[in-house]
Design a protein around this ligand. Structure first.
Ligand code: PLP
Length: 273
């Protein structure tokens, strides 16, 4: 993506998400990705996780009105070209975020596109969303998404569909679109049935496929955040959704190749370059 010449105001993106004290996923992955993609990252913290490379041992939710106030004050002063949601933890936070996004013009059919990564749990299975908040993800969050980017576990929780092949991936993309997302992505990275990893993008009419070689690494912490943050960065630069998704897919593949060991568990997808 184009970098901004010195001294000029760069393109801005807002991430509304949770922190990762281990620096691998969440807001840390988002800000790092956005900076490397040539955009200034604004952050609205929704939750603070207690986390390292081995897992998440707890989290603390930020009061919903404080989450909304962060979004409002950034948009009022700095302005953003795109936004992204990650870990939102609870129904109350999801409702506050959806309301403030609608108020300030973020979301589908609004001036500022919104990438919704419907984070439910870590790769270790540690919960990052209260189970009762799944209804709010379905009925309040996904309906304002310009693009929704669930992984296969999240698709099962949200739609009840077990994605095992191309036909079930298409059904899942249709189900996510039916919930109200303008574009839905079904990420095939966790489907270990082929040598490549294929993501499916659907706008209610046409299916587009994006394939990359499968990178075999245990250092895949924060991969979903990195993909969604790269897509949001490209959208902020004014790219179309299909071009932004193609860019995000290439980006996360390069980041998987550059991932590194950290602690006793899984290292981060985010690279150091
Ligand atoms: N922690 C936070 C704050 C996150 O937002 C996410 C993912 O979205 C994770 C942890 C989990 O990352 P992973 O599934 O790669 O473990």
């Amino acid at each position: 993506l184009p970098l901004t010449p010195d001294g000029q105001t760069p393109v801005r993106v807002l991430t509304i998400a949770g922190t990762d004290s281990g620096g691998g996923a969440g807001i840390q992955a988002d800000s790092r990705t956005m900076a490397l993609c040539g955009v200034h990252a604004c952050v609205a913290v929704a939750a603070v996780t207690v986390q390292n490379s081995v897992g998440v041992s707890g989290f603390h939710e930020i009061p919903p009105e404080t989450v909304a106030a962060q979004v409002r004050c950034v948009v009022d002063d700095i302005g953003v070209g795109a936004a992204k949601t990650g870990m939102l933890a609870s129904t109350a936070i999801i409702e506050a975020v959806a309301a403030v996004c609608t108020e300030v013009g973020i979301g589908r059919d609004q001036p500022v596109p919104l990438v919704v990564d419907p984070v439910c749990a870590s790769m270790h299975g540690d919960p990052l969303l209260h189970a009762e908040a799944l209804d709010a993800v379905r009925n309040t969050l996904i309906p304002i998404a310009t693009v929704v980017t669930p992984n296969l576990d999240e698709i099962r929780l949200i739609t009840g569909i077990e994605v095992v092949d191309d036909a079930t991936a298409r059904r899942a993309a249709e189900a996510l679109h039916a919930l109200g997302a303008q574009w839905s992505i079904v990420k095939g990275g966790h489907l270990r049935t082929s040598a490549s990893s294929t993501d499916l993008l659907f706008d209610g009419d046409t299916f587009l496929e994006f394939s990359s070689p499968r990178i075999d690494t245990g250092n895949d912490h924060g991969g979903g955040d990195t993909l969604a943050a790269a897509i949001a960065s490209a959208l902020a630069h004014g790219w179309s959704v299909p071009d932004a998704v193609a860019f995000g897919k290439e980006w996360v593949t390069k980041c998987l190749e550059a991932s590194y060991d950290l602690g006793a568990g899984h290292g981060p997808v985010s690279p150091l370059w």
